[in-house]
Design a protein around this ligand. Structure first.
Ligand code: GDP
Length: 205
């Protein structure tokens, strides 16, 4: 990524809220990052923006259940959705999470696309499939990151990529899939190109 222009380095925190009614005005364009807790969402946002502090904000006590909005520049936002899949949370908390996220995905006019992160070794768990289903139903552009690709050798990583692309034919045929590692930076350029396209940054880098 160092060779490419990186407009994401200027990203700053706007606000966090558990309730979409308190989101920033629904104008301009934003891309949401979704995934199970521990999938590597914070690490991906860190390498993309070059800012450790951003992910710390989303991880602060009390903020992990919130939708956190970040501004890349005027009218262009990245959105960190609360991680899902905590085994220990109650059914009512899960239900609330589902309502909040599905409502956000279905109704947010400025939402230009969703980046869905899954650990390459445990991709497409039940809730991942549910989120893909919501994205598909809402007609949202969706790009899947198979994270922590450094944990697998080249052959198994490629096989996982192939499997995920195949599964996508059923779950969300328009979705794209790539391997990603925040540790080795594998796939960071590819992610940035997708985001640049969705956010209109390739014309105004
Ligand atoms: P989040 O809960 O989705 O925000 O996940 P984090 O970004 O906090 O990452 C969860 C754990 O996975 C941490 O221990 C990270 O160090 C680790 N992790 C994240 N990305 C990678 C990666 O690309 N490779 C490896 N090996 N570990 C990673």
């Amino acid at each position: 990524m160092c060779k490419m222009n990186n407009p994401y380095q200027q990203t700053s925190f706007i606000l966090g809220t558990p309730d979409t009614r308190h989101a920033p005005p629904d104008s301009g364009v934003e891309v949401a990052f979704a995934g199970r807790s521990n999938a590597g969402k914070s690490s991906a946002l860190n390498v993309l923006t070059g800012q450790r502090a951003l992910a710390r904000i989303s991880k602060a006590p009390g903020r992990t259940r919130e939708i956190n909005f970040f501004q890349v520049r005027e009218g262009i936002r990245l959105v960190d959705l609360p991680g899902y899949g905590y085994a220990r949370v109650s059914k009512s908390v899960k239900g609330q999470w589902q309502r909040n996220i599905s409502l956000y995905l279905e109704t947010r006019q400025s939402l230009g696309g969703v980046i869905l992160l899954m650990d390459v070794r445990q991709a497409l768990k039940e809730t991942d499939q549910q989120v893909l289903g919501w994205c598909h139903a809402a007609g949202l552009l969706t790009h899947v990151l198979l994270t922590k690709s450094d944990k697998l050798k080249r052959g198994p990583a490629k096989a996982a990529l192939f499997q995920a692309r195949k599964a996508m034919q059923q779950l969300h045929p328009e979705a794209s899939v790539q391997l990603f590692s925040a540790h080795t930076r594998d796939g960071v350029d590819e992610l940035q190109q997708v985001l640049d396209g969705w956010l209109g940054l390739e014309k105004n880098p």
